[in-house]
Design a protein around this ligand. Structure first.
Ligand code: ZN
Length: 330
């Protein structure tokens, strides 16, 4: 065999191995029950998570996640709260298209949006993981958050601080994005462009939105909560400011991080804005009256969080976060 012949057969062997690896990956995907999906706009598929905390019977399937199909490839947007949810999402994609996944986009750091990343990692580098420029640092300092969320989804003891923490963390196969958005970035899926935008600190310090030009679908991540009480894990004042800018985006379909599809835009932001501005108003008034943090949380008017699900714990947490943020404002 001459050198060209050898190279050609090596090339053939590599392709064969890649094909076998692909079949093996497909077999794994087929073995998992695919997540139910709704096609909310042409080529835009969303799975709605439950309004629950992560638990064994939901496996961390508590956030809205999904994918967009282009002519060349598929972009995944958030991967769910466990590796198994990510695998079920991968199976749902295989049900609908043979086109490969080329991007996995994380809207922010929270475990219910990123713990399924590992399900898309075995691709020989063909999949790029995408997030806000501030996402890697945020993920790096939250090992315990991911371990405890994974333990909650699996119903196991958290290895958070034990001697097995490092091994438990490796098992998560958590992939940290390295294609980073600082401002705006466009991704081409073949005949279909996604416009990504990172935001100043709001729900978290690494929020990212994804706008699909073809359908007008806007993935808001947790910048939009519906039904489930918003969690302030970034900046209350920042979030209220970002809401004002989000309103101007020309969305025809909106996908909240938690909540229903088909919401009117931008009116979908109203209930959340009422809650967040009410929270700021109440905490500012308490601070002005000289109330302590504990007095503010204990004496808060429960009416503010009325009508939201999972409000009990989250509302107290939000009051605490708001107090700490607003205590020193000018
Ligand atoms: Zn979140």
């Amino acid at each position: 065999m001459d050198r060209n012949g050898f190279a050609a057969s090596l090339f053939g062997l590599t392709r064969l191995l890649a094909a076998v690896a692909g079949l093996a990956a497909a077999a794994v995907a087929e073995a998992v029950d695919p997540l139910p999906m709704t096609e909310t706009a042409p080529g835009v598929f969303v799975h709605q998570g439950r309004h629950e905390e992560s638990a064994p019977d939901n496996a961390g399937d508590i956030a809205n996640i999904g994918f967009v199909v282009g002519e060349r490839c598929v972009a995944v947007i958030d991967t769910g709260g466990s590796l198994s949810v990510g695998q079920a999402l991968a199976a749902a994609i295989r049900r609908r298209t043979e086109r490969p996944v080329c991007y996995v986009i994380n809207t922010h750091m929270h475990p219910d949006h990123v713990l399924g990343n590992g399900a898309f990692a075995d691709s020989g580098g063909a999949v790029r993981f995408v997030g806000s420029a501030r996402l890697p640092a945020a993920m790096a300092v939250r090992t315990n958050l991911y371990l405890s969320a994974a333990a909650a989804a699996a119903g196991t003891e958290c290895a958070c601080n034990g001697p097995n923490a490092a091994a438990a963390f490796r098992e998560l196969r958590l992939v940290v994005p390295d294609l980073l958005v600082d401002g705006e970035m466009s991704l081409d899926l073949g005949g279909r462009t996604l416009r990504l935008r990172s935001w100043p600190t709001a729900h978290t310090d690494n929020d990212l939105t994804v706008f699909d030009e073809a359908s007008g679908a806007l993935w808001l991540g947790d910048l939009l909560f519906e039904e489930r009480l918003p969690v302030v894990d970034g900046s209350l004042r920042g979030w209220l400011a970002v809401l004002g800018q989000l309103r101007k985006l020309p969305a025809r379909h909106v996908i909240p991080g938690h909540g229903e599809l088909g919401l009117p835009w931008p009116a979908a932001l109203d209930p959340m804005e009422r809650y967040l501005s009410g929270l700021a108003g109440e905490v500012r008034a308490a601070i002005a009256r000289g109330r302590t943090l504990v007095e503010t949380v204990e004496g808060a008017d429960p009416q503010l969080a009325a009508g939201w699900t999972l409000a009990e714990v989250t509302h107290r947490r939000n009051l605490t976060a708001a107090y700490v943020e607003l205590e020193w404002e000018e």
